[in-house]
Design a binder for this molecule. Structure first.
Ligand SMILES: [Zn+2]
Length: 386
């Protein structure tokens, strides 16, 4: 991972690389990552920078033999600990630790460098299960520490989602954090450090990721996801600096439900009952999961509109979607937000109970007409008072 491959975090990158340059990097550090953030990528970048034999200004060279190994996640002196559990391939009766999934982990880091925990669990097909960093992992680390570094330089242990270590694991590595072996660095990454034991927290130096601005994220999406600026601005705006969500969306289409929702609202605004009847037929023709997805997508849109009305949030005007929020959010207010949420939840409930979809959506449409106009009236009254 090179610095330029990670969006934003300019200050954190500068602080950490300076520490490496001056030989002051602590032997145990904790990177507090933003949700859906770049913590694992930061740890990988820091490690690559530390091990690079031909560092450029605040970045790894990307071409030395160490960098090549880091970029393929195969450096023999860099070890990862992440939450794991049994799946179809690795049985619960086996000794389970991160290295049981090492090829999956390499693939995951290369394909999805900004993923989150759920993304990792999906990658190894955990289904409804969750992972843990347990004492077997701790034993692995002790075994590795007993060996000498393969390449004679630093050894690095990266513990991602460190807050998911259990007490046995924590106790196993406490001594390593306190009395480091020479040329050994532990990098813990967590988005919920308050869940870590105080004994761990007190032994690491903490660094915090900054919240990624929408502009930084949009720049990054343009460069990395190869999409145009207007679309990047839309996605950055909607995902509020969450790189994981943003990359996921950049590789897919814009929220497909927004178009449908806009159409629905336009008809409600114009009291177009004939149009809404046709729309209800069309919506009811989708399977139940698709209808449920529409409800979920629309709930998010309503929630977002409502919050925008209350908070002074800067809305970029470049993208089509951002423009929609800017124009439409004033009409979603205290007069109708709750009504919309109820309407959608009721529709979802009825669909799950196999009630005739045409009736469900036509009823919802009639109610939507009333709600849109209630919101319009409330907006006009607020403006008259102002
Ligand atoms: Zn290098």
């Amino acid at each position: 991972m090179k610095s330029k491959e990670i969006p934003g975090q300019h200050e954190l990158k500068a602080v950490l690389t300076k520490m490496v340059d001056e030989g002051r990097l602590p032997h145990a550090l904790l990177i507090q990552e933003q949700v859906g953030g770049t913590g694992l990528a930061m740890a990988r970048f820091l490690t690559q920078y530390m091990l690079c034999s031909n560092r450029a200004e605040h970045d790894a060279c990307g071409t030395c033999s160490s960098c090549i190994k880091m970029q393929s996640a195969t450096h023999p002196d860099v070890h990862f600990s992440v939450p794991v559990n049994s799946n179809d391939r690795v049985k619960a009766s086996d000794n389970i630790y991160t290295d049981s999934f090492i090829s999956e982990l390499r693939e995951f880091m290369i394909q999805k460098p900004f993923s989150n925990l759920r993304g990792w669990y999906d990658h190894i097909n955990l289904g409804a299960k969750v992972g843990l960093i347990n004492v077997k992992e701790g034993n692995q680390i002790q075994k590795k520490l007993a060996l000498r570094a393969f390449e004679g330089g630093y050894r690095v242990f990266i513990i991602w989602n460190a807050d998911l270590m259990n007490d046995d694991f924590a106790n196993k590595i406490l001594k390593n954090l306190e009395e480091p072996s020479p040329k050994t660095v532990f990098i813990l990454v967590s988005s919920a450090p308050s869940k870590l034991l105080p004994t761990i927290i007190s032994r690491v130096q903490r660094f915090q990721e900054e919240h990624l601005s929408e502009e930084e994220l949009a720049d990054f999406l343009v460069a990395q996801a190869n999409i145009d600026r207007a679309k990047a601005v839309d996605i950055a705006f909607r995902t509020e600096g969450n790189v994981f969500e943003a990359m996921k969306e950049a590789n897919n289409e814009i929220n497909p439900w927004l178009t449908e929702f806009k159409l629905w609202m336009r008809m409600a605004w114009g009291r177009d009952l004939v149009g809404m009847f046709d729309w209800s037929m069309k919506m009811a023709g989708n399977n139940r999961d698709t209808q449920r997805e529409f409800v979920e997508g629309t709930l998010k849109v309503i929630d977002r509109c409502f919050r925008l009305g209350w908070m002074d949030i800067h809305i970029p005007m470049e993208g089509e979607e951002a423009k929609f929020y800017k124009d439409f959010s004033p009409y979603i207010n205290t007069a109708n937000t709750e009504g919309f949420l109820e309407l959608l939840q009721k529709a979802a409930f009825h669909i799950s109970r196999n009630v005739n979809g045409k009736l469900v959506w036509y009823d919802a449409s009639i109610e939507a007409v009333r709600l849109v106009h209630a919101g319009k009236k409330a907006k006009a009254e607020t403006e008259a008072q102002a």
